[in-house]
Ligand binder design. Structure first.
Ligand code: ZN
Ligand code: ZN
Length: 324
C-alpha cells in the first residue's frame, strides 16, 4: 500500500492567461512563449493529474540571477538570456499537502462545494456565539471585580459536614489499545484494526511533484472486563455547634474485600461553613473553610467587613477582617 509516484505540477501563464500548463513539459507557455514562473506552480486537482514516467530527478530548478527564469538544475547557462546560472537561487517550493484517507466519508476534495460552505457557515455561527459568550463571561468578571465594594457582616452561626464516600467494586466493559489494557483485565477479545493511510504531495521544485502514500499499522483494540472502584453512596454527619465533638460517620460496609459488589471507604470530605448576615440587606451569605480552628474562631454575633462583587454580590471570604 505504500508507494511513490511522480506527477506534473500545473502553472498558469500570467502574460496571456493560459491555464493548467504542465510544469515539466511546458518550460515556456505554448500559447505566448513566456517563461514558466515556478512561484505560480500548483498541485492539480485529483482528476487532472498527469503522471511522469521514468522521471530523473536532479534537484530543484535554479533561478537565473539575471532574468529570474527557472532553469533545470543541470543547466550551466540560462535558456532564456544566456547568463551563467552560478549562484542562482533555487526555485520556491509549494507547501506540502497531506490528504488523509477517510474510511467512512468522502474526502473533502470530493464533497460537494455547497455542503462544505454550509458547514463552514454553521461553524462560523457557532464560533461567533461561543466568542460572544466568552466575552460576556470575561466582561462580567472584570466588572464584578472593578465594582467590588466593602460590606459589613455579622456572624449568625456555624455548620459542619463530615462526609465519607463509599465505593463499590464493579466489573465494567472497557476497550483500549491492547498495550494500554490494565493487567487485571479479564475475558479479553482482540480486534484487528485497518491501517490508517495518508497521501502526501511533495513539490520537487522542477515542475513535478511526488505523491507518497504512507500507511501506518494500527494496534489491535482489546475489549475486556475490568474491576473498578466506583463511588456509589456517601454517609455524612452534620452539626451546627462549634463546641460539641464532630465525629465522622460510622461506615458499615455491606461486604468488605475485593469482589464484585464489595465495598470500601472512599474519599473523606470535611466542610466547615460560616453563616454571615449582610448588615445592610439582611441577606445571608456563607463562607467555607477547610481549617476547623479558623472556622471556630468566628464568634456568633461578632462583626466583620468583607469585599463583595459589584454585580454578583458574592462575598470574597479571603477578605474578611474584623470590624463594624
Ligand atoms: Zn502565455
Ligand atoms: Zn536568464
Amino acid at each position: 500500500m505504500n508507494g511513490e509516484k511522480t506527477y506534473e505540477m500545473l502553472w498558469d501563464c500570467s502574460f496571456c492567461g493560459a491555464r493548467k500548463l504542465l510544469g515539466l513539459t511546458h518550460r515556456h507557455c505554448p500559447n505566448c512563449g513566456a517563461p514558466q514562473d515556478p512561484a505560480k506552480r500548483y498541485f492539480p486537482p485529483e482528476e487532472e493529474k498527469i503522471a511522469v514516467q521514468d522521471h530523473q530527478y536532479v534537484g530543484q530548478d535554479v533561478l537565473c540571477p539575471a532574468c529570474q527564469t527557472a532553469n533545470g538544475r543541470l543547466a550551466k547557462h540560462c535558456g532564456h538570456c544566456g547568463s551563467p546560472l552560478e549562484g542562482g537561487k533555487a526555485a520556491a517550493l509549494q507547501q506540502e499537502q497531506v490528504i488523509p484517507d477517510h474510511v467512512h466519508s468522502p474526502s473533502p476534495a470530493q464533497a460537494p462545494k455547497a455542503k462544505t460552505g454550509a458547514k463552514v457557515g454553521i461553524g462560523c455561527a457557532i464560533g461567533g456565539i461561543f466568542g460572544l459568550i466568552v466575552l460576556a463571561i470575561i466582561g462580567f468578571f472584570v466588572l464584578n471585580s472593578i465594582l467590588k465594594k466593602d460590606a459589613g457582616f455579622k456572624v449568625v452561626g456555624h455548620t459542619w459536614t463530615h462526609a465519607v464516600e463509599i465505593e463499590t467494586y464493579e466489573y465494567k466493559k472497557e476497550s483500549s489499545p491492547c498495550s494500554k489494557m490494565p493487567t487485571s483485565a479479564e475475558r479479553v477479545t482482540r480486534q484487528k484494526q485497518e491501517p490508517v493511510c495518508e497521501t502526501r504531495k511533495i513539490d520537487q521544485g522542477d515542475g513535478t511533484y511526488k505523491e507518497k502514500r504512507e500507511c501506518k499499522d494500527q494496534e489491535d483494540i482489546c475489549t475486556y472486563q475490568v474491576g473498578r472502584w466506583v463511588p456509589k453512596r456517601s454517609e455524612k454527619n452534620t452539626g451546627s455547634s462549634v463546641t460539641d465533638p464532630m465525629p465522622w460517620p460510622t461506615v458499615t460496609l455491606s461486604r468488605p474485600g475485593e469482589c464484585e459488589g464489595c465495598e470500601r471507604e472512599g474519599k473523606k470530605t470535611a466542610t466547615y461553613t460560616l453563616r454571615l448576615q449582610d448588615a445592610s440587606s439582611g441577606k445571608e451569605k456563607t463562607c467555607s473553610f477547610s481549617d476547623p480552628e479558623k472556622w471556630k474562631s468566628f464568634q456568633v454575633g461578632s462583626s466583620w467587613k468583607a469585599k463583595v462583587g459589584g454585580i454578583s454580590g458574592g462575598i470574597d471570604c479571603d477578605s474578611l477582617t474584623p470590624g463594624p
